[in-house]
Design a protein around this ligand. Sequence first.
Ligand SMILES: [Zn+2]
Length: 492
Amino acid sequence: MKILIGHFGHEANTFSSRILDFDEFKDYSDWLHGDVLKEIFLSTPTYLGGMLEVGNKYGVDLFASISAEAPAPLLSRECAESCLAEILEDIRAVKGGLDGICYMLHGAGCAEGIDDLESYILQSIRQETGEKMPICVPLDLHGNITPEMAELATLFGIKQYPHIDCKEAGMLAMKTCIESIEQGMSPQTTCIRLPLLLPCSAGYTFAEPFTSIQPYLDEYKNTHDLIDVTFFHGFPYCDRAITGASVVVTAWSDPAEHAKELADYIWQRHQDFQADILSAAEALDRAEESRAPGYIVINELSDNAGGGAPGDGTHLLRELLARDLPKSIFGYIYDKVAVNEIYKHKVGDRISFYLGGNTEPLHGAPLYIKDAKIINLSDGDHISTSPIQAGVPHSIGRSARVRTGNVEIIVGSKLTQTYDDRPFLITGADIEQYRFICLKSAHHSRAYFDDRAGEIIACDTPGILSGNLSAFKYKYVPRPIYPLDERAELLP
Ligand SMILES: [Zn+2]
């Protein structure tokens, strides 16, 4: 039995003013190709880790395609076509032909002239493989899922944000792919879209309303013998006609009625998904007042590179510098130019330089950092310890830790979000020795910090990932849609 495995994820933030070409996407997405995937992702908590575990267990001949994921601005048309060409080439390269495909696609991919990138890719794959080949696709919780995707492939979703259950989705997709090949038929998937934009900041699944919704969905799935039931939050920062939350059900028998019933259930709670919006000043006020033991994490979620934000915003750092809080550290801010400037000097030198604010004016103007001491220089490479991707190589690029007044700042040259303590550790900082830990991430950082920080305070500064959706000028999302329109209704 021959199955092609891969992971191609793009989450488009169309409020970014940039468009990504193929080389930039490869750089952003940690692009890997071929058999190396089988070594890197084996025994990791990732989609590919799950596919490998089940595929190996059942003695499947696994053919590795691409691993690439980048939350990012819109892709150029050329970039999307180049990615697709690589996937199609991998399908054609399997001698004797494939029996099935198990490929992670994100669900919120978007390129110039291609609003539904996943359906575009799946259509092209279908042209290559025909209608019958099992194609099993696990998707990210933030996918804007469409009925077209559900027509083209068997779909699965992760349930948790932070995404600590990617491996389970990869395992289920591979197991179902093997069963589909053995039985000569594929399960059906139904997708029902909800008139709901759910901001990422309101999507933390280890609190209400999700801690009562998810057990209900799990029990429903088991009672009705369904393969998968997922409430996709969608990605509201992709302004397209297909954008929004959805309910997706996969089963061996027709799942349409179940999907409808569950969509009604979720819709009854649509007003429960509310984002807290704290300014930088309010978040730091709360941090200073906190009596929690240990350290306080202040996460600037609206500048999370994991949702296509620039990662070089200056709002929170500006407020932190103004307060000059003792035992404070910011880890990290993305600025290649600043890193190059710092690297003209050595550890111990003092330097003045401009930092951040290079990409999106909404995220704040550049800061002038005066007479900072260079404490540490690092190549930024590390192995992740986050439960989301433990064991996977990761990097913030060539980086530096500097101190100005009481505030320490880590500057990196590769854009990603802070998942764990590694960006601090690789620049020689032990976070246990600080009181205020500022970072850029929405909820993924919580997979690591929930059990370790005295308190976590989310900070929603102006930016292209803000939970304040009324601040965005939507042109293409279907209206009415909640919360932009109170009168939005789920149509029967
Ligand atoms: Zn996601």
